[in-house]
Design a protein around this ligand. Structure first.
Ligand code: G4P
Length: 527
C-alpha cells in the first residue's frame, strides 16, 4: 500500500467514534439521540426520531411486530459527521424489544454512553447493559439527564454509581442549582460557565472564568447558588477522584456530564468532550493475532442478523462491524467459515429511516450486507489471508419455554425454522439430556412472540410454547458431573453444541448449587 493510501486510512480511523447509548426506558435516549443527530445535521427537524418511536409503540398486533422490527432496524445504526468526526451510534433497543441482540450490539461498540435519569438513578436495564460493557472493559461516559427536574443530588448519584455498578466517577461539569433553580453548569475542565437564558431556557450563554470562585458567577447565578457551587466543588476537589485518562480507557472511571436533553442543555459540550475523550476504533483479537484498524486488508465480523427488514421481500440483513482496512462496494472477500469468496455488492448503511447504499467505509463503521442465508452471527470476512475474530459471547437467557409442534408431520420445517432462528440469534435452544424436550431461552419476552409468528409465517409451523419457571441459565463445567444433583428447582440441559447447562428457578437454588459443587464452574456465557 502506498504511503498516501496509508495516511488516508489512518485519518479515517482517527476520526471515527463508534458507541452505544445504554439506558433504562424513559431515561431520554430517543431525545438525546435526536439532539445529537440535529447537531450533525443528519436530521433537520426535532421530533423525527420521536415520531418513529411513537408509531412503534402505538399498537401491538402481529403486523405491528413486523413494522416494529423494521423500524428498530432502520434505527440500528445512525451515522453522522460533526467537527471532523464520523460518528456511528449503535442503537440498543429497550422496552419489550430488549433481547440478546441488544447485548451483542454492545460488542460492536468502542465505548458507551450511559444515560441516567436524575430522579430515578441507576435502573434495572442500565445495570444489565453496564455489566456487558464492563466485562469488555470499554470506556463508559455518563450523562445524567433531566436536570431541569427535581432529582437526587449529584453526590448521591455518584455514590449510587459506585455502590450499584462498582464504578468510580469524575464529574466533568457540575450543576449550578437543580430542578426549578437550575440556572446552568460549571465546566470543571474548561473553567467556563454555561447558563440557561430566557424563560424556556432555550438559549445558552457561555462565559470563560478564572475558576468556580470567580465573582462573575455570583453576578450571573446569585449569591446563594454561587456559595453552594463553591462548597460542593471544594469538596469535590479535595475528596473526589482526579480525572485519569488511563482509568477512563480501562473502564474503571466514568466521566460524568450533567444536562437536560430535552432543553438541549449540556448536550453540545457533552458531545464535544466525548469526541475528544472517546476511543477511536481499536485493534481486535483474532486467530491471526491482533488486527489493527489501519491494516490495509479489509476485515470485519457479523454481530447481528435481522430478518424482514422489508416485509415485502423477506430479506435478511447481516450487520457487519468493520475491523480493518477499506470497504469498497463490489469487493470480493473471503467468508472464512464456509471457505468461499463472496462479492459484497449491495451493502447498506443506516441513517434515520433511509437505507443508503454504501460506496466505501472504514474500521469502526457498520454496514448491512444483503444475506440470502449465508451468514451467521460471529462470521468473519476478510481480504487476503484468513482472519477469524474471537467468537461472540452467548448471553445467558432469562425466560424459558418448552416448545412443541402442533402437527407432527411438520417436523422437518420446524427443525429448519429452529436452526435458522438460532443462527439469527433470535432464540437459544436447549435439549433435555434425554432429548425428549426442547426448551427455548430468550432475554426478552418479545422474542417468543416473534418466534411463534415467524415459525408460522415463514415455515408454516404452528408451535405451542409453554412457559417454564426457570430464570437463570449457567453453563456448567464439571469433570464429575452428577445429573441427579439438578432436579430440585433446576434442570440439566444441553445447548446446541452439547455443552451442559443448568437452568435454575431462582437465585437461591443457583446459590445453593454453586455452594454444593465447589469444584464445578458455573459460567454466565457459553465456554
Ligand atoms: P427513551 O428513549 O429513553 O425511552 O426516552 P425518551 O427520549 O422517549 O424520553 C422519555 C420521556 O422523558 C419523554 O417524555 C421525554 O420528553 C422526557 N425527557 C427526555 N429528556 C428530558 C429532559 O431533559 N427533561 C425532562 N423534563 N424530560 C425529558 P414523555 O412525556 O414520555 O414523551 P413526550 O410527551 O415528551 O413525547
Amino acid at each position: 500500500m502506498s504511503k498516501a493510501a496509508n495516511n488516508i486510512l489512518q485519518q479515517e480511523v482517527d476520526k471515527r467514534r463508534t458507541f452505544a447509548i445504554i439506558s433504562h426506558p424513559d431515561a431520554g435516549k430517543t431525545t438525546l439521540t435526536e439532539k445529537l443527530l440535529l447537531f450533525g445535521g443528519a436530521i433537520r427537524l426535532a421530533g423525527t426520531v420521536k415520531a418513529r418511536k411513537a408509531s412503534k409503540h402505538a399498537t401491538s398486533d402481529w403486523m405491528e411486530i413486523e413494522k416494529q422490527r423494521g423500524i428498530s432496524v432502520t434505527s440500528s445504526v445512525m451515522q453522522f459527521d460533526y467537527l471532523d468526526h464520523r460518528i456511528n451510534i449503535l442503537d440498543t433497543p429497550g422496552h419489550q424489544d430488549f433481547s440478546e441482540d441488544t447485548y451483542r450490539t454492545l460488542t460492536a461498540a468502542d465505548s458507551a454512553v450511559m444515560l441516567i435519569d436524575v430522579a430515578k438513578g441507576v435502573e434495572a436495564q442500565t445495570i444489565k447493559l453496564f455489566q456487558v460493557c464492563a466485562k469488555r472493559g470499554i470506556p463508559i461516559f455518563t450523562f445524567i439527564n433531566k436536570l431541569d427536574r427535581e432529582g437526587q443530588s449529584p453526590f448521591d448519584l455518584m455514590e449510587e454509581l459506585e455502590n450499584v455498578l462498582g464504578i468510580r466517577s469524575v464529574p466533568m461539569n457540575w450543576p449550578i442549582g437543580t430542578g426549578r433553580d437550575l440556572c446552568g453548569v460549571y465546566d470543571r475542565m474548561k473553567n467556563q460557565v454555561e447558563l440557561f437564558q430566557g424563560d424556556d431556557h432555550s438559549t445558552i450563554k457561555v462565559q470563560k472564568v478564572e475558576s468556580y470562585k470567580d465573582p462573575i458567577i455570583r453576578e450571573m447565578a446569585g449569591e446563594y447558588l454561587h456559595e453552594q457551587l463553591c462548597q460542593e466543588l471544594e469538596l469535590l476537589d479535595v475528596a473526589g477522584d482526579p480525572f485519569d485518562m488511563e482509568k477512563v480507557q480501562r473502564g474503571e472511571l466514568t466521566p460524568i456530564f450533567f444536562g437536560s436533553a430535552i432543553n438541549n442543555f449540556g448536550v453540545q459540550t457533552f458531545l464535544e468532550n466525548f469526541l475528544e475523550l472517546a476511543p477511536k476504533p481499536e485493534p481486535r483479537s483474532s486467530t491471526a493475532g491482533e488486527i489493527e484498524p489501519t491494516n490495509e486488508k479489509f476485515s470485519g465480523y457479523v454481530f447481528k442478523i435481522q430478518a424482514n427488514m422489508n416485509p415485502a421481500h423477506r430479506d435478511r440483513i447481516a450487520f457487519l462491524r468493520i475491523v480493518s482496512g477499506k470497504f469498497e462496494r463490489g469487493m470480493s472477500v473471503k467468508h472464512n467459515r464456509v471457505g468461499k469468496e463472496i462479492k459484497l455488492s449491495q451493502p447498506q448503511q443506516f441513517l434515520a429511516q433511509d437505507r443508503d447504499i454504501v460506496e466505501e467505509a472504514y474500521a469502526g463503521d457498520i454496514i448491512g450486507l444483503f444475506d440470502p442465508g449465508i451468514f451467521r452471527i460471529g462470521d468473519s470476512l476478510s481480504q487476503g489471508s484468513e482472519v477469524v475474530f474471537d467468537e461472540l459471547p452467548t448471553f445467558s437467557p432469562e425466560i424459558f419455554a418448552k416448545v412443541t409442534v402442533k402437527n407432527a408431520l411438520k417436523h422437518k420445517q420446524y427443525q429448519k425454522g429452529i436452526d435458522q432462528l438460532t443462527e439469527e440469534g433470535t432464540i437459544q435452544v436447549f435439549n433435555t439430556v434425554s432429548f425428549d424436550e426442547t426448551i427455548l431461552g430468550v432475554v426478552g419476552q418479545l422474542q417468543f412472540e416473534v418466534f411463534e409468528y415467524r415459525m408460522k409465517g415463514e415455515y408454516g409451523v404452528d408451535v405451542q410454547l409453554q412457559r417454564m419457571p426457570y430464570q437463570f441459565a449457567r453453563w456448567i463445567v464439571d469433570e464429575n458431573l452428577d445429573p441427579s444433583k439438578f432436579r430440585i428447582n433446576s434442570a440439566l440441559v444441553k445447548d446446541k453444541k452439547g455443552n451442559y447447562v443448568v437452568l435454575f428457578e431462582n437465585e437461591y437454588a443457583m446459590r445453593t448449587a454453586i455452594d454444593k459443587n465447589p469444584t464445578a464452574k458455573f459460567l454466565e456465557t457459553a465456554p
